[in-house]
Ligand binder design. Structure first.
Ligand SMILES: Nc1ncnc2c1ncn2[C@@H]1O[C@H](COP(=O)(O)OP(=O)(O)O)[C@@H](O)[C@H]1O
Ligand SMILES: [Mg+2]
Ligand SMILES: [Zn+2]
Length: 491
């Protein structure tokens, strides 16, 4: 075994002790993908839900560079959901406690994977449907309606298959400054006659898009609740979701432990012809709705558009990835907008709300600056935020260099913060009071110079064990601010 292999094996073993409920093969995989133990631990804490109680009691684990207070167990809610508060009320059954790994979620993970492939290649057919229509040429070819016999399996009793026009939003065209809306063609679909769910604005029904051979794809159809629904609303919903998806792709480029994505929505309009017997227009002709793939599994809302953060009822804590995603959008947009109302199955999301600083666009739910402020006040930065070098959100705490003590200034210089970077001073003021990891103590030499001692290794050091972490935070925050300034969305 080479030295490198031995080090890897050690790391995997150490991780296995901290995550006793996670399969050894998964640990090895995650470690391989992340390359270092700290990032692997973060990734695993997302996968396993928590980094297990053993790490809280077991001597701190030793993930170099990660302050103890930042580890998962600290953020676990002290109280469980009250009985009856959530489905089942108790813990998940055997296996990794609280692991979001139920079978139904696997299907959604696959759907997310499809979405991610689409993002990467752009060309992959996203469904049998688009394949059947001969690929993404963008033409408005109508597919032949399936025969009544072929459709039998797809039809719910009492529900009628109808013809619809379908529009999709093409982000690549939008980015080239072309008209982004494409008429994809005509489809046959059967919409269930009862609501399946409802949100604040829309009723949601099951829908099946039926192929000429009778096979079908599972969708949901969403109708605005108000009689006077406007055509633009349906297109607006899709535009918001596609905008959020752009941020999801940028988020994924930062190599987070878990990738995120939004299901791809579309607009359809009923174009069923008149009844041949009576010659009268079909009663549903002209009806519009939004459609998107049905997500099966544990649906969860992680935050809303009014500054509320929600615990995931299945894993019983506030998940990091969705919250970090909202924070990321604020920074990535150059502080122009926040994507919130993050909800869905696993990290496949839908129905986001975008608040913009100018309050324009993205529908009735855009609460402008007020919505943004509510979000900023509610968010607590987590490991994923830090890993991405996102600037912590501390509303009301903006540090002016005049108000900073000499001690903070000296430490700032030590961390590599320039006098021209007052925006980074918060890192120094936070780093200066960072607690020591377990087993570490601070001492003074005879001439009063501080040094640090680790009882576990028996070694002493001039530098605080978290100095490298804060130095890295400076570099990452600086880089992220540059991305934010140059990578603004198109509108
Ligand atoms: N793609 C989907 N797959 C499965 N269920 C969904 C899907 N989209 C929404 N739902 C369910 O429908 C509810 C309402 O949908 P939502 O899009 O939030 O409507 P609204 O625009 O009114 O907020 C959601 O809370 C969820 O339970
Ligand atoms: Mg909603
Ligand atoms: Zn954050």
């Amino acid at each position: 075994m080479s030295q490198r292999d031995a080090a890897d094996a050690n790391a995997v073993e150490e991780l296995a002790m901290v995550f006793p409920n996670v399969d050894a093969a998964i640990i090895a995989d995650v470690y391989g993908a992340n390359g270092d133990i700290g990032s692997a631990a973060m990734a695993l804490s997302e996968i396993a839900g928590v980094s297990s109680s053993s790490s809280a009691g077991g001597g701190g684990g030793g993930f170099a560079g990660l302050p103890a207070a930042d580890r998962e167990p600290q953020r676990r809610p002290a109280t469980r959901m009250a009985a009856g508060g959530g489905a089942g009320g108790g813990r998940a059954p055997a296996g990794a406690p609280g692991a979001p790994s139920a079978e139904d979620d696997v299907a959604m993970a696959q759907l997310l994977e499809t979405q991610l492939n689409l993002d990467a290649g752009g060309g992959a057919a996203r469904s049998r449907g688009s394949q059947a229509r001969g690929g993404g040429g963008g033409g408005a070819a109508a597919v032949a309606a399936p025969s009544a016999a072929a459709m039998q399996a797809a039809i719910w009793p009492g529900c009628e298959p109808l013809r619809f026009k379908k529009w999709v939003f093409n982000t690549m065209k939008q980015e080239r400054g072309e008209r982004p809306w494409e008429l994809e063609g005509e489809i046959t679909a059967v919409i269930h006659n009862k609501n399946f769910e409802e949100g604040g604005l829309r009723f949601v029904r099951r829908m099946r898009e039926v192929e000429p051979d009778g096979s079908y794809l599972e969708y949901v159809a969403k109708f605005f609740k108000f009689e006077a629904d406007k055509r633009e609303w349906y297109f607006g919903e899709v535009e918001g979701q596609m905008e959020a998806e752009k941020f999801a792709q940028q988020f994924n480029q930062m190599k987070p432990p878990k990738k995120v994505g939004f299901v791809q929505p579309a607009v359809i309009e009923c174009v069923q012809g008149p009844d041949p017997a009576t010659g009268r227009a079909h009663k549903h002709a002209g009806r519009m709705c939004n459609i998107e793939p049905l997500m099966e599994g544990h649906y969860e809302k992680h935050n809303d558009n009014d500054g509320n953060i929600f615990m995931d009822k299945k894993v019983e804590f506030v998940r990091n990835t969705p919250q970090a995603f909202s924070h990321f959008t604020w920074e990535q947009s150059g502080n122009r907008l926040v994507v919130c109302d993050v909800q869905g199955v696993g990290d496949l999301y839908t129905d986001p709300q975008i608040h913009t600083t100018d309050g324009k666009g993205f529908g009735q739910g855009n609460m402008g600056r007020a919505g943004i402020d509510k979000y900023l006040q509610s968010h607590t930065c987590n490991d994923i935020c830090r890993m991405m070098g996102l600037r912590p959100l501390r509303p009301g705490v903006s540090i002016s260099s005049a108000a900073v003590s000499q001690e903070v200034k000296d430490y700032a210089t030590y961390l590599g913060i320039q006098p021209s970077e007052p925006d980074l001073l918060w890192i120094a003021s936070e780093g200066l009071v960072a607690p020591l990891p377990q087993g570490w103590t601070e001492h003074r030499t005879a001439d009063a110079n501080p040094y640090f001692h680790d009882s576990k290794s028996g070694k002493s050091s001039w530098q605080h064990p978290y100095d490298p972490y804060y130095r890295q935070l400076v570099t990452k925050t600086r880089a992220a601010a540059q991305i934010g300034a140059t990578n603004m969305p198109g509108k």
